[in-house]
Design a protein around this ligand. Structure first.
Ligand SMILES: Nc1ncnc2c1ncn2[C@@H]1O[C@H](COP(=O)(O)OP(=O)(O)OP(=O)(O)O)[C@@H](O)[C@H]1O
Ligand SMILES: [Mg+2]
Length: 270
């Protein structure tokens, strides 16, 4: 059976999409799940987190997610795009600047190109969960990810309500559901939260009023452990399993797994 596929999406930059994917992968692995990460962002932050920036920047397009979009790579063995990360049970399809050539702004006009990530993931039956890290826009890479995914998680930092463009994100999800009717919203995930700040507490309250059960209970705090672990190229689960940050990510995995089981009795974790 194809792995359960989650994409992390928000057109707001710097809200913690890549960081959450990075550390969540460690937490899923710690729970015994086999994880495939897909870096769908031409910035390649997730890939750099695991593989280092020099290595990632020098990868040819044919060894990155861009190969799926590149007709000249048609005959390449797509399995070769999947790399080990050095952590048991975590593999990654990396991305770098080559992907930018394919991240076109009007994704729904791209014909069969809209389905390349989906077709690739349909062949991956060795994983329990796939996490797709999207760029800070709703162009072709995010669109392909939504068409490939079963669930969307929307990381939101607790400020700047008006400018986050959440409405545009929800509109894009609704549009993607026309091509992928099984796509479901798993919830908004409050990230980079500082409970000492009144503005953060008020924002969280307002978000829960607006979206109710569509906001995950787990909140990802702003914590230096996430940054330090990332700088050391280790998900916080492996860098410091006893830290509060690692515990938060494990709680998040448990909540995501419970929500998925609740939403779909057939498509659930083993
Ligand atoms: N919970 C957190 N605590 C501390 N630092 C964080 C946290 N989440 C993210 N960061 C840091 O904030 C910066 C931006 O995070 P990240 O790259 O994950 O955002 P993003 O949404 O993926 O950005 P982009 O939209 O550019 O892809 C990074 O330096 C990251 O390490
Ligand atoms: Mg990112």
């Amino acid at each position: 059976m194809a792995a359960i596929t989650l994409c992390l999406i928000n057109q707001k930059g710097g809200c913690g999409k890549s960081s959450t994917c990075f550390h969540l992968a460690g937490a899923f692995a710690a729970h015994g799940y086999s994880v495939l990460l897909v870096d769908a962002d031409p910035q390649g932050s997730l890939s750099q987190g695991f593989l280092g920036s020099d290595f990632v920047e020098n990868l040819p397009a044919s060894e990155t997610l861009a190969a799926l979009f590149d007709e000249s790579c048609f005959f390449l063995d797509q399995q070769l795009l999947i790399r080990p990360t050095g952590f048991e049970n975590i593999s990654i399809v990396p991305a770098n600047q080559h992907l930018a050539d394919y991240n076109a702004p009007k994704p729904a006009t791209a014909g069969m190109t809209q389905f390349v990530v989906r077709e690739f993931l349909e062949q991956q039956d060795a994983y329990d969960v796939v996490l797709i890290d999207c760029p800070p826009n709703l162009y072709q890479c995010s669109w392909n990810s939504m068409i490939a995914a079963h669930y969307v998680v929307i990381p939101v930092p607790p400020e700047d309500f008006g400018t986050q463009g959440l409405r545009a994100v929800h509109q894009a999800i609704d549009n993607a559901r026309q091509l992928n009717p099984t796509l479901r919203r798993l919830g908004h995930l409050v990230t980079r939260y500082d409970k000492r700040l009144l503005v953060h507490r008020s924002y969280e309250e307002r978000l829960r009023e607006l979206y109710r059960e569509m906001v995950l209970d787990t909140i990802v705090p702003e914590a230096s452990a996430f940054k330090v672990a990332l700088a050391c190229r280790q998900p916080v689960e492996f860098y410091s399993a006893k830290s509060a940050a690692a515990a938060t990510m494990r709680t998040l995995v448990e909540e995501l797994v419970a929500r998925i089981s609740q939403k779909n009795k057939r498509r659930t974790f083993a």
